[in-house]
Each structure stands twice: as C-alpha cells, then as structure tokens.
Write a new protein. Structure first.
Lengths: 336, 500
C-alpha cells in the first residue's frame, strides 16, 4: 500500500515537473495546432499534411492536437494570405500551400499579399521532380531520338501553371521539340486515360504520380527536371540541354520550387522559441519510422528540407534579374 | 469468375469486414443527411483509419460509407429542399414539391427504393462489365465525351416549359448556366474570366453553395411567406402509408427506373463527367416520359417520376465509377480519386491485375455496394414515416434549423466566407427565377456541363482538327442529341393529334 502511494506520488511529481518547467519555455499542452492546406481534401498536399498531423504531436512539448483545415482557392494564394496576415503569430497555425507561390510573387500576380521570405519557415516535407514520359509503344527510346525525329508528339496537359503544361512548353520553346500541347484535361489521371486510348502521346508530371504507370510499362520516362529521385538519375536534365544561358536560367527558375515541394510555414513574427520547437518537431516527425512506414504504404516520398535551406532557395528565385523574370513570365503563367 | 463472385461475397461476410462496413454505413448515413459535408471530404478524412485494415476490411469500410451518402442525401433534398449532397439536387424539384403536397413519405419511399434499384443495377453492371471494360472505356475519347455533354444540353428541351416562350426561357437559363461555369482561370491560355480581380472567383465557383442557394433559399422564403408547415394544410392521414406507395411507384415505373439506372452507370463509367451530371441527365430523361402536355407541366410540381430518375442514377453511378478506377487506376470521380489512395494504402495497385489476380477483391467491392445499400434502405424504411412527419411541423420551428443547415452546408465545402455570399446571391437568383417562371433545371444542367463541354471541345479540335466530327460514336451521339431535342416537339404534336 505504501509502495503504491509512493509510486503515485512519484508519478504525480513527474507529471508536475514538466508543467512547471513549461512556464518558461513554450509548450502546447491542451492546445490545438491547425495546419491550413491551400487545396481541397484528398490531393498530395492534403495527404502530406494529414500524415504529418498524425505524427507531429509526439514531438511537440505538451502533445497538442494537430488538425488539418482545407482552405482551397486561387491556387492556394487565399490560404497563404490567410496564414501571412490573418492568423496570429502564436505557433498554433501552420500553413502548407502550392510550391509555385514563390513564382506568383516573382511575376507579380494580383492578389498576392505575402512576401515568401518573411514567413516563419519550418521547412519542406518533400521534394518533387517533374519528368516527361512518352507512351511505351512509340519508337523513341530516348529524348534525343524524340527531339531529332521532328514528328509531332501530342502532349496531354491540364492547363497553364501546372507542370503538365509548363515543362513541355519550355522544352518546345527552347529545344525546338515538336510538341503539340493539348490542354484542358481535368486531371492528370484523365491524361493517363487519354494516353491509354492513344489520344495523347505523352505527359509531363511529378515522378511520384507517373511511377505506377511507368512500372506498368504504359509510359517510359525520357527527360527530367533538376531534382532527382532514385530510379531516374540517368535521365537527361532539361536545363543541361538548354542552348543558351538565358534558356537555362528560365528552365532552372521553373524547377527551383520543386526542391521545396511541400512547403511548411508559420505566420511572420512567430517567436523564435516557438519556431525552433516546431522546426525540431517537424524534422523529427519526418524521420519518424512509423511515419516513414505509413508514407511508404501510401506511395508518398517524404523528404525533409530545413527551413533555412528552403528560405535560401526562395531568396535565390526572388533575386533573379529583371529581364529574366520578364522573359519567364512570357512563357509561364501562375496557375493550378 | 463465378467462383470469384462467391468468394468475394464470403469475404465481405466475415464478421470483421462486415462490422467495418456497418460502421461505414452509419457514418455515410449522417454525411449524406448533412448538406455541404460531402462524401468526398469524408472519404479523405477516413483514409488514415484504414492503415491497420486488410484490403477487404478497408474497402468494406470506405465503400460502405461512400455508397450510402447519395441515398441519404436524397432525404434532405426531399424533406427540406436543401441538397444533402451536390449530387442529390435534382431530387428536390419533384421530391420537395411532393413533400409540400403532403406526400413526403411517398417521395422518400420512391427515392429510397429507386436508390436501391440503382445501386443494384450499378453493381451488376460493374460485375458484368469486367470482361469488356477496357475497350468500352477506351472507345470514349474527348470528342465522344463532348458529344455526351451535348446530348445532356439537348435535354434542356425536355426540362423547359412547352411552347416557344418556354423553350426560349429554358435555353436562356441553360446558356446562363454555361456562362457561370466559365468563371475562373481558363485551362487553355490561363486567362482569368469574369473574376473582376477577385481571388475568390479565380478558381471558379463551387457547385455546392450555388445549388444550396438556388434551391433552398426560394423554399425558405416560400415557407416564411406561407406561414404554415412544409406540407401546408394537407390532411395528416396520408403521410403514414406514403413510404410503401413510393415503393409501389418504383415498380409501376420500373422501366424508367431501370433506364435511369443505366444512364447513371454509363455516366459513372466515363471518367471526367462527374456525379452531378448523372442525376440531371436522368431527370431530363424522366421528364421525357410524360405522355401528355398536362403530365409535362406536372414535372417540377411533384411528379414521382422526377424522384425516381435521379434517385436511381445517383446510386448506380457509384458502381460505374469504380470501373475505370479498378481497371485503369484512373479515377472516374473525385471520390474515386481518394479511393485510389486507399488502394495504395492497402497495398493494391489498381489496373488490369484487379480484373485477374485480385478479381475476388473487386467482387468484394461489388458486394459491399449491394449490401450497404440494402441495409441502409431497410433501416431507413423503419423510420421513414417519422421523418415524413417533419413536413407537418410548424414552419416557424423548422426555419431556424433549415437556415443553419443552409449556412453551414455552404460554408463547410471550402471553409470560405465567400461561399456564403455566393449562396445568398444564387438564392436571390433562384427566387427571381421561381417568381418569374424561369426553369432552374436547365440552368443547373448548363452549369454542371459547362467545363466538360468547353474542355472536351477544345481538346477534340486541338488534337483531331475537324476529323473528330466523323468518328462513328460522335455521329451516333449527334443523332441522339437531335432526337432528344426534338422529342418534346414530336410529343406535343402527337398529344395534340390525339386530343383533336
């Protein structure tokens, strides 16, 4: 009996110590952290946020609830504006949105009310790379053969601003590949079906989304953007084929945000102590073996990039010379 | 194959899988009833719970939930005139009108019974289509999808009042719908259309707040003005026997129910057409079944056939939508896109393998749809007549509840206050349309078909130039569109001749 009492007292003491200690350092006990996602439920950004919401609490002091709120609209500009200016800088709101928002800021898209470099950057949860995959029954074994054949290749695309459209567009404009870009498909899944019925010959898209179809030998990857992933290292990289430094710079600019494929931020002005805690928790959660197992099951490739590194890449994008930006916006429109 | 069919059934009947399916059914039941909270969002929310399940349990849970959402969504549509789901709005036109005539029980019975028939037809179609599914889906390219949408637009003719004036109004309303569908960034040049520099309008308008506004707001105003209950001063005695009468209606018009089920299945199979289209095509087809001018005028005022058509199509499309998901790994609707994520989580790769190696799993999905629907419909019948009594509750007591549903439903789709304004705006539009005698169905038809028409026409021309016009299926569909368009005219002449 005395033992149990002693044990109980010890347990109570243990429970009390961190609480009193937490009076100095920030903690999240009994609070709810909201991850605001700039897209509807079910997409890649949303699924990443939901898997993080399950594992972040373990690493945040006080084990808060972490919930996901979808705030779609204007290709995530709405959500970014919200996290930037409406949410309180108290560490209870985390934002994740379209990686290309930095390009929206660069090309002065109306409605952008944020400065990407001023967010309290947590980091990125994944890196995405765009590849172009052609139908396997076409005779071209490599990008070089495809380019030299000069025959028109029909590219199925969703619309301007998406990698399904922008990536082949730059290949056509700068490398002179005879691409006929047909856009208006409602999703990349629809383009895959168009490829199955031979309405389209090829599509660009993230390697993650194309991989099941590559594995099934429906399509074959021929060229990729800068970021690499296991299995496609040997593919030619678009910017290395660029004929001029200018073309190279523009292709590089399009690809730059892909390295920070799933950006995570907090409201500008979030206290450093809180930011540090969330950054550490974010890094630890992404290395968590349970999270890794779940991500693998869901066929998601998660990869941690630190807040500092992310900020560096974005600053580089935003410091491009004016003429490059002008030429870039001639080709690339910010969109879905 | 027959063996796989029975093995699939046995898999679902294992106690754990069955329990998960029941859990899914209970969840789906509520999701369907509540406007705004859609099946798609709920699927996404539930996805993390299937990590620990086997494929059979996981699908029993997800599909069990998903396949009853449309069924119970009809209940909200009928009782309150609020679309319980974006895909159950067509049921309002006649279903809620019946409720106002004191026939809520009959309308609910008809909606549920036709839902069940639809679900069964969809499931059978899924099972039967397995050997031919690949060529069937592949023969419908962008030109064919464009023509399907044109056939849909031709249905405006049957959804409008008769006579030159009625037709003109119908087609103008349809044109307005098409125009509203163009709001947002266009997918060809990336130009922002009708956005007035507003971020909110940039990604286009969401269907759910528009549907809630255009259908529910006029009903609320009407209820306030009448100052009575929904069913007005109709004697209460008729409410109780209603549900069974609705079931009888389903069998009285069994041919129609069956045809609308097939329409739903077909729309479901075609990727990219979307759930909202199925119910409106079915409604248009149901309106065609009117034989005389008086019967036609009765549509929208409480003809039970206007409930049976969309009710059946809504549920049959789910079986259809599974087909491209299973066979190609290409989802036929947004909810299927989320289900596809479920496939991966459960360690299955959708594609041709699902029709051979994993055929048992595929059949277990068919069975889940069948069982979940039967359970839901039977459960609903137990308290259907109680539900119907809501229509004799005093309006003053109901209006606050309805308004909460209207506002919450419009907001939860996107968590955006702009959607509330959108709902109120289209509420005003809807009210003016009703007051001025303009039909709302053609407007919604134009709205749900707008993007499909535009994008598929663009793709067809860009890809095939003029050549697509000579494709055989395109020609058949063109002939069908003409027939659909002129059918009401022919009907009017025939009925005039009979009368004279």
């Amino acid at each position: 009996m005395r033992h149990t009492l002693a044990l109980g007292a010890a347990l109570l003491g243990l429970a009390v110590v961190p609480l009193t200690g937490a009076a100095q350092s920030p903690h999240f006990e009994g609070k709810t952290v909201t991850i605001v996602v700039g897209f509807k439920a079910g997409g890649g950004y949303d699924r990443t946020a939901r898997i993080l919401a399950r594992h972040l609490p373990k690493y945040l002091p006080g084990r808060p609830n972490v919930i996901v709120q979808n705030m779609p609209g204007a290709n995530s500009i709405t959500a970014a504006n919200h996290v930037y200016a409406v949410a309180k800088p108290d560490g209870l709101t985390i934002g994740t949105f379209n990686r290309n928002l930095v390009l929206a800021q660069l090309t002065n898209v109306p409605g952008v009310k944020f400065d990407m470099t001023k967010f309290a950057w947590i980091g990125s949860a994944a890196s995405e790379t765009t590849i172009l995959a052609i139908r396997s029954d076409l005779p071209y074994q490599s990008f070089d053969e495809l380019r030299k054949s000069g025959k028109p290749v029909v590219i199925g695309a969703t619309g301007p601003g998406a990698n399904t459209y922008d990536f082949p567009l730059l290949l056509r404009e700068f490398l002179g590949v005879n691409f006929k870009i047909v856009s208006g498909y409602s999703s990349s899944a629809d383009i895959m079906l168009a490829i199955e019925r031979k309405e389209a010959d090829a599509r660009a898209g993230s390697f993650t989304s194309l991989r099941p179809f590559i594995d099934r030998d429906l399509v074959r990857p021929v060229v990729r953007a800068r970021a690499s992933e296991p299995g496609i290292e040997q593919l030619p990289v678009d910017e290395n084929l660029a004929p001029t430094p200018r073309a190279r710079a523009i292709m590089a600019l399009r690809s730059a945000p892909e390295v920070v494929g799933r950006p995570y931020v907090m409201t500008p002005g979030t206290p450093d102590a809180i930011l540090k805690l969330v950054r550490e928790a974010f890094a630890a959660a992404l290395k968590d073996p349970e999270l890794a197992a779940e991500a693998k099951k869901a066929k998601m490739e998660l990869e941690y990039t630190s807040g500092e590194e992310t900020l560096k890449i974005l600053t580089e994008v935003l410091s491009q010379p004016k003429d490059i930006v002008e030429e870039f916006s001639k080709y690339i429109k910010f969109g879905e | 194959m027959i063996e796989a069919l029975f093995e699939g059934l046995l898999l679902v009947l294992q106690w754990k899988a069955f329990a998960f399916m029941l859990l899914g059914v209970v969840l789906g039941f509520w999701v369907g009833l509540l406007p705004g909270l859609g099946g798609v969002t709920t699927l996404a929310l539930m996805l993390p719970f299937i990590y620990a399940m086997t494929p059979i349990e996981g699908f029993a849970f997800l599909l069990g939930m998903h396949s009853v959402v449309a069924t119970t969504g009809d209940i909200t549509s009928v009782l309150f005139g609020i679309p319980g789901e974006g895909t159950t709005a067509a049921t309002i036109l006649d279903g809620h009108s019946m409720a106002k005539k004191g026939e809520a029980g009959r309308a609910l019975g008809a909606a549920l019974a036709s839902s069940l028939v639809g679900a069964l037809v969809g499931a059978i179609a899924l099972a039967v289509a397995i050997p031919v599914v690949r060529p069937l889906v592949l023969s419908f390219g962008s030109p064919e999808l464009f023509m399907v949408a044109i056939v849909g637009i031709a249905f405006i003719a049957s959804l409008s009042a008769q006579g030159g004036r009625g037709m003109l109004r119908g087609f103008l309303a349809g044109g307005l719908g098409l125009m509203v569908a163009t709001v947002g960034q266009d997918p060809q040049a990336g130009i922002a259309r009708y956005t007035f520099d507003s971020l909110y309008l940039w990604s286009g308008l969401d269907l759910v707040p528009i549907l809630i506004g255009i259908f529910a707001i006029p009903e609320v105003i009407d209820l306030v003005l009448r100052g009575t209950s929904i069913a007005g001063d109709v004697p209460k005695g008729r409410l109780n026997q209603g549900a069974l009468e609705g079931v009888r209606d389903t069998f009285r018009h069994f041919g129609l129910t069956l045809r609308c089920s097939l329409i739903g299945t077909f729309i479901g199979i075609m990727p990219g057409l979307g759930g909202a289209v199925a119910q409106w095509l079915a409604y248009g087809h149901a309106a065609q079944s009117a034989r005389t001018a008086e019967e036609r005028a009765g549509f929208g005022k409480g003809d039970v056939r206007g409930v049976l058509g969309p009710g059946a199509a809504n549920n049959s499309k789910e079986g259809g939508a599974l087909i491209p998901t299973v066979a190609f790994g290409v989802p036929g609707s947004s909810s299927m896109a989320i289900l596809l994520g479920g496939f991966f989580l459960l360690g299955l790769v959708p594609g041709p393998d699902m029709l051979t190696t994993h055929l048992t799993v595929t059949f277990s999905m068919v069975w889940t749809i069948v069982l979940a629907n039967i359970i839901t419909v039977v459960a609903c019948f137990l308290f259907l007549n109680h539900l119907a009594r809501l229509t004799v509750v005093r309006g003053a007591l109901l209006i606050p509840v309805i308004l909460v549903l209207v506002f919450v439903g419009s907001y939860t789709a996107n968590n955006n206050y702009g959607d509330l304004l959108l709902m109120l705006f289209f509420g005003a539009v809807g009210y003016l349309m009703v007051a001025g005698g303009w039909p709302r169905a053609p407007f919604v038809l134009g709205l749900v078909l707008g993007k499909i028409v535009e994008n598929n026409l663009y793709i067809s021309v860009a890809r095939y130039e003029a050549e697509w016009l000579t494709r055989p299926i395109v020609l058949v569909l063109a002939a069908l569109a003409v027939a659909v368009m002129f059918y009401p005219l022919l009907q009017a002449r025939r009925s005039a001749a009979r009368g004279g």
